[in-house]
Design a protein around this ligand. Structure first.
Ligand SMILES: O=C(O)CCC(=O)C(=O)O
Length: 269
């Protein structure tokens, strides 16, 4: 039985949550997963990290922001269950307002003291996809993430900034430009830190500017992120496109590797 105040009895985000997501570009849902579920998902994530030897998000090993394991949902059955969790996917589709597919999932680990803050970014330019209007990410902490454990920090309303202040696509990392260059108002924009308990979920729109602080509280930060894309997205060659590079440019990104997430109207949470 769900006890979250942010979902209705049938497991959908309340009107207030929906409004906040559209207005701010992110929304924090409390107590979506039970402690038992979180314990199982955390064990799976830890196993995967130990087995896989994580990849580095950062310019070099000395400048690591996050260690990650990509395609986690295809590497462990419990993480597949998390990526396709009916409560999470129904909430995602309701917030997005249209059909979605699973694009990718990462286990994300930020070690205390050694890992740097996560760079200011939005997700749009790093996705090798075209036709996106409602793509969003579910970021799910698998341990408590208080403010000083590298919690996510959002710029409310930044998903609504005009095209002139967005970088829509990165054909290569040489095209990368820092946020303050793309969006001169960024340094003056208010931001909101979102400390979270294990079992909460934060959703953010693919255009919402976000970052994460350094982890200074002595405990590892462990999280799982799923990107749910527009169901009719197509391949646009760009950075980090190895999951889709077998496709012809312009081809639909679909099939078993990118499943529709619809739980269906009768699905129980
Ligand atoms: O975990 C982090 O520090 C960053 C995650 C992130 O930016 C994302 O999932 O979009």
């Amino acid at each position: 039985m769900l006890t979250t105040p942010d979902l209705t009895e049938s497991g959908l985000p309340t009107q207030e949550v929906l409004h906040r997501f559209h207005d701010q570009g992110f929304v924090h849902l409390r107590s979506v997963l039970s402690p038992e579920e979180v314990a199982g998902f955390r064990a799976a994530a830890e196993k995967l990290l130990a087995e896989e030897g994580p990849e580095i998000w950062g310019a070099s090993a000395d400048e690591t922001q996050v260690h990650y394991v990509e395609a986690a949902w295809r590497k462990h059955p419990d993480l597949r269950r998390l990526a396709l969790h009916p409560v999470v996917t129904r909430a995602a589709e309701h917030l997005a307002g249209g059909p979605l597919r699973l694009y990718g999932t990462d286990v994300l680990k930020k070690e205390p003291d050694v890992h740097l803050p996560t760079v200011v970014h939005d997700d749009e330019p790093g996705l090798p996809l075209a036709g996106l209007t409602r793509t969003l990410t579910a970021w799910i902490p698998l341990v408590d993430v208080p403010a000083d454990r590298g919690c996510l920090i959002y710029v409310p309303g930044s998903h609504r900034r005009p095209l002139a202040h967005r970088q829509v696509h990165l054909a290569g990392f040489q095209d990368y430009r820092p946020m303050e260059e793309i969006w001169p108002d960024f340094p003056f924009s208010p931001r909101v830190a979102v400390p979270m308990r294990a079992g909460d979920v934060v959703f953010h729109d693919f255009r919402t500017v976000h970052m994460a602080g350094a982890n200074t509280d002595g405990e590892r930060r462990l999280a799982f992120a799923s990107v749910y894309m527009d169901s009719d997205a197509t391949y646009r060659p760009g950075v980090q496109d190895h999951p889709v590079a077998h496709l012809a440019p312009g081809a639909p990104v679909d099939g078993d590797r990118f499943p529709l997430i619809a739980a269906g109207p009768g699905a129980t949470p």
